[in-house]
Design a protein around this ligand. Structure first.
Ligand code: FE2
Length: 311
């Protein structure tokens, strides 16, 4: 059966893509950013997943204001890089996994999450920049990628709770796929940033670092955070962080933080990145059920003592 072996979160700052495409990665400003992903690339080269499931948002590239799906699942065989105004990025075409994607669509929609199915879709920097950060700049991406585009551009975006629960449904779908595939989940976007208005350039490192802490140890603290809190604390575009909760919802409760990187700024954005190992042993249900009879016996004994006192 397929299984999710890890979750990764990463910002998808467009200027990072431009730095790669224009050969500026060795400039001191950008070297600081790319150095933080060197260990991640080694981890990815060693891990060699069979499939990446990448949660990202489209920035008016594949979708315009005319059509705004809340959750759009890419079921196509390939996803070309989109022209974002200065020509498509010089990156490989993203190859999909139509069989697994269709299986996920079937399972998740019957689980009452109404996905939009995309059999043709171009992908922008939201997807391709994290692929660069994790895989470098190969001639071909080393594994198929299933894109899930989440609307965080036009209000109302989905709630963090909805995203988290969708992640759970996606995990259930992946883990019921009969082929032995090792899947890595990507959550992209964030961290704190605001690109327009009087607060343009806002970065809140305290909020970002607490978000990273909770993402690993206590995601329940993040799940019910309202959009207004994201906007107040992390800027208007900081609401992209709800996409990380799809990734986290697909992981087990207990995960191991393998690596974390945080730096500011990149362009006008805080860059956050984390790798979570999803193969950590979980508390077995056998232990939980073994405790129940003992508790029951204790409660029954206590009730018996009370009855004896009363009588
Ligand atoms: Fe974005």
């Amino acid at each position: 059966m397929a299984k999710i072996i890890a979750g990764i979160a990463s910002s998808h700052v467009p200027a990072i893509g431009a730095a790669i495409d224009n050969g500026r990665t060795e400039e001191p400003y950008w070297k600081r950013v790319f150095a933080g992903f060197e260990r991640s690339k080694r981890w990815m080269a060693e891990t060699r997943p069979d499939v990446v499931f990448a949660i990202y948002n489209d920035h008016a590239s594949a979708f315009s204001v005319e059509v705004i799906p809340t959750f759009a699942l890419g079921c196509a065989a390939e996803f070309p890089p989109a022209d974002e105004g200065w020509g498509p990025r010089p990156v490989p075409v993203v190859k999909g996994h139509p069989e697994l994607a269709s299986h996920i669509a079937q399972s998740v929609i019957l689980d009452e999450f109404d996905l939009t199915i995309c059999n043709k879709m171009e992908v922008d920097h939201g997807l391709t920049v994290p692929l660069n950060l994790m895989f470098g700049s190969p001639r071909e991406w080393p594994c198929p990628v299933i894109p899930l585009a989440v609307n965080v551009v036009q209000f109302p975006p989905p709630t963090g709770h909805r995203c988290f629960m969708l992640g759970r449904a996606i995990a259930k779908a992946i883990e019921s796929y009969p082929e032995d595939l090792r899947v890595v989940m990507f959550g992209t976007g964030g961290m704190s940033h605001q690109i327009s208005g009087p607060r343009a350039g806002l970065i809140n490192s305290k909020f970002d670092k607490a978000f990273l802490d909770n993402l690993t140890k206590d995601p329940d603290k993040l799940v019910h955070m309202p959009h207004l809190e994201y906007m107040r604390e992390a800027g208007a575009e900081g609401v992209e962080l709800v996409m990380w909760l799809v990734m986290r919802g697909a992981l087990h409760r207990k995960v191991k933080e393998v690596y974390r990187f945080y730096t500011v700024p990149a362009s006008n954005t805080a860059v956050g990145h984390i790798i979570l190992d999803n193969t950590v042993p979980q508390r077995s249900t056998a232990r939980k059920t073994a405790k129940r009879p003992v508790a029951k016996v204790k409660r029954a004994a206590a009730r018996a003592r009370i009855d004896r006192v009363r009588s």
